[in-house]
Design a protein around this ligand. Structure first.
Ligand code: ZN
Ligand code: ZN
Ligand code: ZN
Length: 101
């Protein structure tokens, strides 16, 4: 068994000031791994999915940090975890966790 991932603290949505919820679309993941890592044969630690376009990219603990690069290059600020059992959402601009709707 893998070790349990510690769930990050989720801040109540009423107490945060994320104004980017409008970018969240009903997207489907664009793959089962980080497309950019797969393209160059690299590995990743954890997967995140962009909630604006469905791009699955690797987390900041991964060598390539494609999720945050995607957020910066596309101005798609909201991602969610793709890890089993994790449903938190993160805004890169406000740097807050958002309670799933
Ligand atoms: Zn935000
Ligand atoms: Zn990657
Ligand atoms: Zn995106």
């Amino acid at each position: 068994m893998s070790t349990r991932t510690i769930r990050p603290m989720v801040i109540n949505a009423r107490t945060i000031r994320c104004t980017h919820r409008a970018v969240i679309k009903p997207v489907r993941p664009d793959g089962s791994g980080c497309a950019e890592c797969l393209a160059v044969g690299d590995e990743w630690a954890h997967l995140r999915m962009c909630l604006t376009c469905g791009a699955v990219r690797c987390c900041d603990a991964s060598p390539n940090q494609h999720a945050s690069k995607h957020a910066r290059s596309t101005s798609h600020p909201i991602i969610r975890s793709m890890e089993p059992g994790e449903d938190w959402i993160w805004c890169y601009v406000d740097e807050v966790y958002i309670e799933p709707a």
